[in-house]
Every structure is written in structure tokens, then in C-alpha cells.
Design a protein around this ligand. Structure first.
Ligand SMILES: Nc1nc2c(ncn2[C@@H]2O[C@H](COP(=O)(O)OP(=O)(O)O)[C@@H](O)[C@H]2O)c(=O)[nH]1
Ligand SMILES: [Mg+2]
Length: 304
């Protein structure tokens, strides 16, 4: 008997910092999207692909929305276009330990405007709401928070979970499988993202910078790989950390270069783990004021 194979695209949406990238990384089993407690950590749409013999889930990790509001709709539509097929499941993620914020309502509004979240009878794309961070949820808040998010998103399914504690991940997978269409596998089983190794490496370095900096610095940082040389015994990676001001450069370098060394060591260890090879990592810090406003630089950084 022919065994049924399921495959589909799952759009992960939600305000910043709720755990979208953590969710995708956890289900994919690889880091495809960097994680930090700073808003706007994810700057670009990332595909994360989880494959088993019976199913393949293609997660679209969208940058958390911020103003302008039309961005998410555009990103989602674009994501759907770029993935060739339609979105099969909408997966809004929220932080259930808190009451909904205006940004959560904005996400729902955007989904409505983009034609998702139709009244249940007319709805084509199922909505699976993830109530994440239940590890921080107080028992007395469970009912009120649950009801508040349910009212905003009108989900077809709700999964309460903790990605940090790896609680209820099997339940999420089972719930998604209920809604995943019958399809052949879209990507080879060893392909877990659409990002290049170079981009992933630059992102890993940026993640380490984010972990060690605060206030305006994380937003001002961009990273890119300038040189990638696979040698017999190791991979040489020369990468640039871009900041916007001299003061930020001084912070990233630190006293006697201590901060940059720390960032370099952490990034190198993770890169070696990811590549399965020894890595020789060279980091340079450069100042480019207003790189965020420059379409050319944004393109070079692969954010466009
Ligand atoms: N307490 C708690 N923290 C979590 C959980 N899931 C993710 N986080 C943390 O929330 C922060 C934001 O996560 P991230 O995946 O980058 O969120 P994103 O902006 O929605 O992609 C990180 O510091 C995560 O470690 C969870 O279940 N519980
Ligand atoms: Mg993210």
C-alpha cells in the first residue's frame, strides 16, 4: 500500500521576541534563524525545513513585524510567492505569560488584511495558535490569557507550549500534521534551509554580538562574510561586523579587544559545530554610518 506523504508550508508569524525563531530551529533541528532577546533579531525571511520519511514541514520564519504595518502582509505574500506553493498553515506565536499587546492585535489585523483569518466557514488556510512561554505563565493567568489570545486570532487549534523547556513539541507536530496536505517531498531530506552557509555564518556572528550588546547597538550591527576559504584542514572565514558609529565600534571591540575576542571565540565554536570542521575566524569591525538607509548595502548584506 502506498503510504501517505504530507508536505506543506507553515508561515510562522508574531510580534518580536515571542519565540518564532526558536520554534523553527527546534522543529528543524538546526539553527537556521538566530535567537536573542533583542527585537528585530530576524531581519530576513528564512526557510527552515524539517523532514522525516512521512512528512516535510517547510517553515517560513518571518521577521517580527514592526511599523510600517503593511510589512508582514507583504512579507507573507512574498514568502508564499517565493516558495512556489501556497501557505498551508498559519502559525501565529504569542507569549502567553503576558496579556496581548497592541502588536499582537496588529499581527491579527495584518493576517485579516492579507485574506487569512477569514470567518471559519470561509477559511481556506487553518490557523494553529502557539501559546509559547508557558514556563513563565502564572496559574491564575491561564484562563484570561488563553481567552484573550483566542479572541484575537480565532484559531482552529491552540497549542500551549514552552520551547525553552521543550514542552509539548510532539503535540505541536501532531497538530500541524492534522492540517498538512498530502504532497510529495519538496526538498531533499538533507536540505534544512534556503540560506547559504555564508549567510548563516554571518548570522551566527551577529547573534554573538547581540548577546553581548544592548540598547541601540544591536540594531546598528550588521555582519557579512568577506572571504570564505575551505582549506584541507580548516575553513578560513574572514567576516566584517558593521556598525554605524565610532562609539559602537569601541563597544564591540571592548577593552583591549576583549569583547571582540569573546564574540570571536563563541562564533568560532558554533561555526565549527555547524560545519563539522575546524574554523579559523577573523573578525573586523567597520563603521558605515546609516547602512540601514542604503539600499545598496542592504542588498549586499542579503537583507533585500
Ligand atoms: N521563558 C521562555 N523563553 C523563551 C521561550 N521560547 C523562546 N524564548 C526566548 O525568547 C527570546 C526570543 O526568542 P526568538 O526565538 O528570538 O523570538 P522571535 O523574535 O519571535 O524570533 C529568546 O531569548 C528565547 O530564548 C519559552 O518557551 N520560554
Ligand atoms: Mg526571530
Amino acid at each position: 500500500m502506498e503510504t501517505l506523504h504530507q508536505a506543506g508550508v507553515i508561515a510562522v508569524v508574531g510580534k518580536p521576541n515571542v519565540g518564532k525563531s526558536t520554534l523553527v530551529n527546534t522543529l528543524v533541528g538546526h539553527k537556521v534563524s538566530i535567537v536573542s532577546d533583542k527585537a528585530q533579531t530576524t531581519r530576513k525571511r528564512v526557510l527552515g525545513i524539517a523532514t522525516t520519511p512521512k512528512w516535510q514541514m517547510v517553515f517560513v520564519d518571518t521577521p517580527g513585524i514592526h511599523k510600517p504595518l503593511h510589512k508582514l502582509g507583504a512579507t507573507l505574500n512574498e514568502a508564499a510567492r517565493q516558495s512556489v506553493f501556497d501557505v498551508d498553515v498559519i502559525l501565529p506565536v504569542v507569549d502567553v505569560s503576558r496579556m496581548p499587546a497592541p502588536e499582537d492585535k496588529n499581527v491579527a489585523e495584518m493576517l485579516r488584511a492579507a485574506g487569512f483569518l477569514k470567518p471559519k466557514g470561509e477559511r481556506k488556510t487553518p490557523v494553529v495558535l502557539v501559546l509559547n512561554k508557558m514556563d513563565k505563565l502564572k496559574a491564575e493567568d491561564v484562563q484570561a490569557h488563553y481567552a484573550a489570545y483566542e479572541e484575537i486570532f480565532e484559531p482552529d487549534e491552540v497549542v500551549m507550549m514552552s520551547l525553552l523547556r521543550e514542552r509539548n513539541i510532539e503535540i505541536l507536530i501532531g497538530t500541524l500534521l492534522k492540517h498538512l496536505p498530502e504532497n510529495p517531498q519538496f526538498y531533499p531530506e538533507d536540505e534544512y534551509t534556503d540560506q547559504s552557509m555564508r549567510f548563516l555564518a554571518a548570522e551566527i556572528i551577529r547573534e554573538k554580538v547581540l548577546h553581548h550588546t544592548e540598547k541601540e547597538v544591536p540594531h546598528a550591527v550588521a555582519t557579512y562574510v568577506e572571504e570564505w576559504d575551505e582549506q584541507e584542514r580548516e575553513t578560513l572565514i574572514r567576516a566584517v561586523i558593521l556598525v554605524e558609529r565610532d562609539g559602537q565600534k569601541a563597544i564591540v571591540i571592548g577593552k583591549k579587544g576583549q569583547m571582540l575576542r569573546q564574540i570571536g571565540t563563541e562564533a568560532r565554536l558554533e561555526l565549527e559545530d555547524t560545519l563539522g570542521q575546524k574554523v579559523y575566524l577573523e573578525l573586523f569591525v567597520k563603521v558605515r554610518d546609516e547602512w540601514r538607509q542604503s539600499p545598496r548595502l542592504l542588498r549586499e548584506l542579503d537583507y533585500l
